[in-house]
Design a protein around this ligand. Structure first.
Ligand SMILES: [Zn+2]
Length: 230
C-alpha cells in the first residue's frame, strides 16, 4: 500500500471508552506556542474531525521539536524512536489540543477528507512519529501509541472521523509516514472491537458534554512515570 492511500474513517457513535495517554509536555515546549500555533477557526471541540499521521525524517525528538522553536511547523504529539529513553515510557505532548498546530500546508486538501475543504490544520489534530525513513521499522510500541492517540481522540471528540497520512494530503511534497508504516495493522488496532459497541445516544451526548466542560482545564498534564512496553 502506498502512503498516499493511507486513510480510513471512524464509525460514528462507536467511540471507544475514554482512555488516558502516557504523555508529558516536551520540556520547555510551552515557550514555542506563541510562534508556531494559531487560534482555531472552528469550535475546538465540535470542529475537530481529522487526525493526520506524520513521520520525521531522521531526527530524534529534540530535532523534531526544533522546528517549533524555529517557528516553521508544529504538531500535537510526538512519539519517540527506539533509541530514545522515553520509548516504551511516554509520548510527548507538544501543542495543546485546543490550538492549531502547523502540520499541513493551508492550500492542501483531499476530496475524501472533510468534504475537500482546505486549511485542514484548523479541523485536525496531528501525530508525529520519530523515524529515520531509511530502513527504520516502526516499533510495535510506536504503532500502539499511534493507535491509542487516535482512540483517545475518537473517544473525546464527537465529530472525529478522518484518519489520514500527510502523504495523501500533500502527495507532491510528502510521503510520510512512509512505506514502512504498517497502515493496515494500525487501522485494525484503532478499530479493534474491544469496546462496548454502540453506546446509547443520550449517554454518549452526556459524556461529550462532560468532556467538553473539562477540556479547557486539561492544559496541565500529569507527570507520567509508568513503564509500558509492547
Ligand atoms: Zn508530515
Amino acid at each position: 500500500m502506498h502512503p498516499q492511500q493511507y486513510y480510513f474513517t471512524l464509525p460514528k457513535f462507536k467511540n471507544p471508552p475514554i482512555l488516558s495517554l502516557p504523555q508529558a509536555w516536551f520540556p520547555g515546549v510551552q515557550e514555542y506556542w506563541e510562534g508556531c500555533t494559531s487560534k482555531r477557526l472552528y469550535d475546538p471541540f465540535f470542529g475537530i474531525n481529522t487526525i493526520v499521521i506524520h513521520a520525521t525524517a531522521g531526527h530524534g525528538s529534540a530535532g523534531a521539536v526544533s522546528v517549533m522553536r524555529d517557528k516553521k511547523a508544529s504538531f500535537h504529539w510526538l512519539i519517540p524512536d527506539e533509541n530514545e529513553k522515553e520509548h516504551c515510557n511516554l509520548i510527548w505532548a507538544c501543542v495543546p489540543e485546543s490550538r492549531v498546530a502547523w502540520h499541513v500546508r493551508n492550500d492542501k486538501f483531499h476530496p475524501d477528507v472533510n468534504d475537500g475543504k482546505n486549511k485542514i490544520n484548523h479541523s485536525s489534530l496531528s501525530i508525529e512519529l520519530v523515524n529515520s525513513q531509511k530502513d527504520d521499522p516502526f516499533s510495535n510500541w510506536q504503532i500502539q501509541m499511534t493507535a491509542d492517540i487516535v482512540r483517545y481522540c475518537w473517544a473525546k471528540y464527537p465529530n472525529m472521523k478522518y484518519v489520514v497520512s500527510h502523504a495523501k494530503l500533500d502527495p507532491g511534497r510528502r510521503s510520510d509516514p512512509g512505506a514502512n508504516f504498517p497502515w493496515n495493522e494500525f487501522k485494525d488496532r484503532v478499530l479493534e472491537d474491544n469496546f462496548d459497541g454502540l453506546i446509547a445516544y443520550d449517554a454518549q451526548i452526556d459524556r461529550f458534554k462532560a468532556v467538553r466542560a473539562g477540556l479547557e482545564s486539561t492544559i496541565e498534564l500529569p507527570t507520567i512515570k509508568g513503564h509500558i512496553c509492547y
